[in-house]
Design a protein around this ligand. Structure first.
Ligand code: SF4
Length: 245
């Protein structure tokens, strides 16, 4: 196998939870190193807010405001001006909201929350990976900077279904945690209803099977289908080159 093909095959073995159900064309561009645009402002701001939430929960304050600490692997892709603007919005709008949420939530009481945990698991010759914002012995928690709508809650519940799937297999036991999405902008602590969680567990398992199928098709050289989630094109880092939008 040529070196390039081996690298692609290696990458294909790594399935990120956030890629499941996402645009297959995006995966194709990433694998073959197509030129990507800089991360969208919203994505930069979201990463900063997540890092700030993490520091506020673990340290009680924001102790490291450096670009590297707040943006992690996105730091190199983001210019100073965008970082400053996103940080300013995060400080003005989101930090006060995170503090308000922390002062009134009961989700973390008596718990030692685990934050930004990266979990990898071998599954059917693939490695499934996810980074969970926050979990306790009773709850899986996602932070979001966007606003609540039922359509968005469904999308976020699918992500949580993936994390639950991953975490329970990694811990080698089934723990019935409740799922919450914290919509920070409007300070809404939204529990995912049980019927929706059940629906998303099934949907996740179906999409994971499809994801594995798509990856095998890429290896066989088949072309990718069009994006079924065109609203995501706005934030996609391949929006500069993709004819799909
Ligand atoms: S721009 Fe849209 S269609 Fe193209 S790769 Fe991104 S999400 Fe998919």
């Amino acid at each position: 196998m040529a070196e390039r093909d081996e690298k692609v095959a290696e990458e294909l073995k790594q399935i990120r939870i956030t890629e499941i159900g996402d645009c297959p064309r995006k995966l194709y561009y990433r694998l073959y190193n197509f030129p990507a645009s800089k991360p969208h402002f919203t994505s930069i701001r979201g990463t900063i807010v997540h890092s700030q939430a993490e520091q506020l929960i673990t340290e009680g304050d924001i102790i490291d405001t450096s670009k590297d600490a707040l943006l992690r692997d996105k730091a190199l892709e983001c210019d100073e001006r965008t970082f400053e603007l996103a940080l300013s919005e995060a400080n003005q709008i989101y930090v006060p909201q995170i503090k308000r949420w922390l002062s009134k939530t009961s989700l973390l009481k008596g718990e030692q929350p685990r934050l930004h945990q990266r979990i990898s698991l071998n599954y059917k010759d693939f490695i499934v990976t996810g980074e969970i914002d926050c979990y306790t012995s009773k709850a899986l928690i996602e932070f979001k900077t966007g606003r609540y709508s039922y359509a968005m809650l469904k999308k976020h519940a699918l992500q949580l279904a993936g994390y639950e799937w991953l975490l329970n297999r990694a811990e080698n036991r089934y723990l019935a945690r409740d799922w919450y999405v914290i919509y920070l902008k409007e300070l809404r602590e939204q529990e995912v209803p049980k019927h929706l969680a059940a629906e998303m567990r099934k949907k996740f398992e179906k999409l994971l099977k499809e994801e594995i199928k798509v990856r095998r098709e890429i290896l066989e050289g088949k072309s990718m289908g069009a994006c079924k989630l065109s609203f995501r094109c706005v934030y996609c880092k391949y929006r500069g080159i993709c004819p799909g939008i």
